[in-house]
Design a protein around this ligand. Sequence first.
Ligand SMILES: Cc1cc2nc3c(=O)[nH]c(=O)nc-3n(C[C@H](O)[C@H](O)[C@H](O)COP(=O)(O)OP(=O)(O)OC[C@H]3O[C@@H](n4cnc5c(N)ncnc54)[C@H](O)[C@@H]3O)c2cc1C
Length: 278
Amino acid sequence: MSAYLTAANQLRTVRILSVRDDTPTIKSFLFRDRFAAKALPGQFVMIWIPGVDEVPMSLSTIDSKEGAVAITAEKVGEATSKLHRMKVGDIIGIRGPFGNGYTLTKARNVMIAGGGTGIASLAPLTEKIAKQKGFRITFLLGAKTCGELLFLERMKTVLATMNHRIVVTTEDGSYGIKGLITEPAEQLLAKEKFDMIYACGPEKMMCKMFVLTERFHVPFQASLERLMRCAIGLCGTCVIGKFRVCRDGPVFSGKQLREVRNEFGQFKRGFDSRKIAI
Ligand SMILES: Cc1cc2nc3c(=O)[nH]c(=O)nc-3n(C[C@H](O)[C@H](O)[C@H](O)COP(=O)(O)OP(=O)(O)OC[C@H]3O[C@@H](n4cnc5c(N)ncnc54)[C@H](O)[C@@H]3O)c2cc1C
């Protein structure tokens, strides 16, 4: 069946069940949707904000038992500003889940590195890994400043019962180590052998992580963002090299990123296809 005709691609409307202020500019919205509740960590949905636009959002909570999911949106423009004004009981539209999601491997010593709203897609992944035995997770969380650290308490709770380490960086030094998460990542990689590194965040950060994983020969998965319209591989807006991020990604392996090295971390395409520097 074509991607266009799948049940998951049909627009559903859902009521917002709860709204949580995560940081001054980021809010999480919980709702029920039976398709999204079966998503894999790293998959995304298209959220229709009535009267404004339809935008891609990662699933930041996937509760298959309750049939509920959440998105965690930063207020950056028109659609996300309208979303931020919405209240419990308001209606939004949803299509998806789309994309591939992160691949869980038998890797035992795992590093998970997230910056900004990138933590949204990494949180369900961390929860899934934490349910399995025998893993060690090094969780690296970065933000510009203390008030923008997303899901720190949630990750502390999730990881509490397992072998773990949490490293926090802020650019202004208001919490944890002052600087970028790529700095402690490099130090850790120089000392220890990791089996897999997952990353999501600003593309410059993911690109630095990619370079580190190449240098230290560690398998890598990163979730990319590009402008998206159809989300099912038809419109080509989200193209990076030979890949379409909505269909071939949004999660790409280190091997795939090597193939698009001249675009990854360099530029993305605007809705008019013109290059925009990253
Ligand atoms: C797979 C994927 C997952 C994402 N997950 C999250 C998430 O969990 N939380 C979150 O806050 N943001 C996420 N984003 C980014 C989010 O989609 C954009 O911030 C949002 O579309 C902005 O819409 P706007 O109208 O508020 O802003 P606009 O005024 O339209 O634009 C502001 C900026 O947002 C980006 N943007 C605009 N439209 C799109 C679009 N259709 N697709 C991608 N980027 C766009 C552009 O870079 C633009 O400069 C994700 C993007 C992708 C591709």
